[in-house]
Design a protein around this ligand. Structure first.
Ligand code: KIV
Length: 296
């Protein structure tokens, strides 16, 4: 399987395509996306997976971390992305608290992402300790993406956003987590914030495709947060982020130019204005002349 060159029709990317890509050693591309416009751009650029990550809590909604975003807020964004994505696999993040209490609640919330917003899979953070719930969601015919390593929903337990898997015990636990998710049948495993050596070992060990973020180059695919990629995050980027563009600079430049043009009466020009039809203009002038004549 190979990607269609630009301009040629593309096939729909599915959970089955994910597996094929791992077998064929073709890198999987994934970006977060949270709205219609960027979803279209990401999809039309041929990215394999559009992930509506709960990172939207910070990037789109300005929250301090991912913990407070709700299922309803996530659904709003997944629906918008659904309208913009045709080919990419659409994965929705299950937010904190939406799968932690009972499997029934997890299935109910996961099904909302599928039925109400058109998601094709959901992502659930956690390894061994979440495997039961993940199995139940998969049994309900909803593909699940796993996510282990630095799991941002555990920020308070981890005591900050710290690279995970740095001791032998931690590596063993990560390996058990990955194998448990692999056996449970997840469609992919996001490996976040772990040493590249550990990500390479996990990727070699499991049949499930791994998608890395801050996990080095040996994963089966790579994901970045869209706002990090284009510099829309207002902070110092993490070590693993590569900025491919400076949208913040472009937006600031455009906004300042608009402001300057309005203040100096340069915008809008006559060419950017609507005009009356000739007959209406002539009739209007006649009326105005008559009014002026009457006033004299
Ligand atoms: O929420 C998110 O953006 C994510 C990615 C970092 C994988 O989970």
């Amino acid at each position: 399987m190979s990607l269609a060159p630009i301009g040629e029709p593309r096939h729909k990317f599915t959970t089955a395509t994910l597996r094929e890509k791992k077998i064929l050693h073709e890198p999987i591309t994934c970006l977060t996306t949270y709205d219609y416009a960027t979803a279209r751009l990401v999809d039309e650029a041929g990215i394999d997976i559009a992930l509506v990550g709960d990172s939207l809590a910070m990037t789109m909604l300005g929250y301090e971390n991912t913990l407070s975003v709700t299922v309803d807020e996530m659904l709003h964004h997944v629906r918008a992305v659904r309208r913009g994505v045709k080919h990419a696999l659409l994965i929705a993040d299950m937010p904190y608290g939406s799968y932690h209490a009972t499997s029934e609640e997890a299935i109910h919330n996961a099904a909302r992402f599928v039925k109400e917003a058109g998601a094709e899979a959901v992502k659930i953070e956690g390894g061994e300790k979440r495997v039961e719930v993940i199995r139940r969601v998969i049994d309900a015919e909803i593909p699940v993406a796993g996510h282990i390593g630095l799991t941002p929903q555990s920020v308070n337990v981890m005591g900050g956003y710290k690279v995970q898997g740095k001791t032998l015990n931690a590596i063993e636990q990560l390996m058990r987590d990955a194998v448990a998710l692999d056996r449970a049948g997840v469609c992919c495993i996001v490996l976040e914030g772990i040493p590249r050596e550990v990500a390479a070992m996990i990727t070699a060990e499991v049949e499930t495709p791994t998608i890395g973020i801050g996990a080095g180059p040996d994963c089966d695919g790579q994901v970045l947060v869209f706002h990090d990629l284009v510099n829309l995050t207002f902070g110092h980027p993490a070590k693993f982020v590569r900025r491919y563009g400076d949208v913040a600079a472009l937006i600031t430049q455009s906004v300042l130019a608009f402001k300057a043009d309005v203040l100096s009466h340069q915008f809008p020009s006559d060419a950017e204005s609507y005009h009356l039809p000739k007959e209406t203009q002539a009739a209007l002038e006649t009326v105005l002349h008559r009014k002026q004549a009457m006033r004299r």
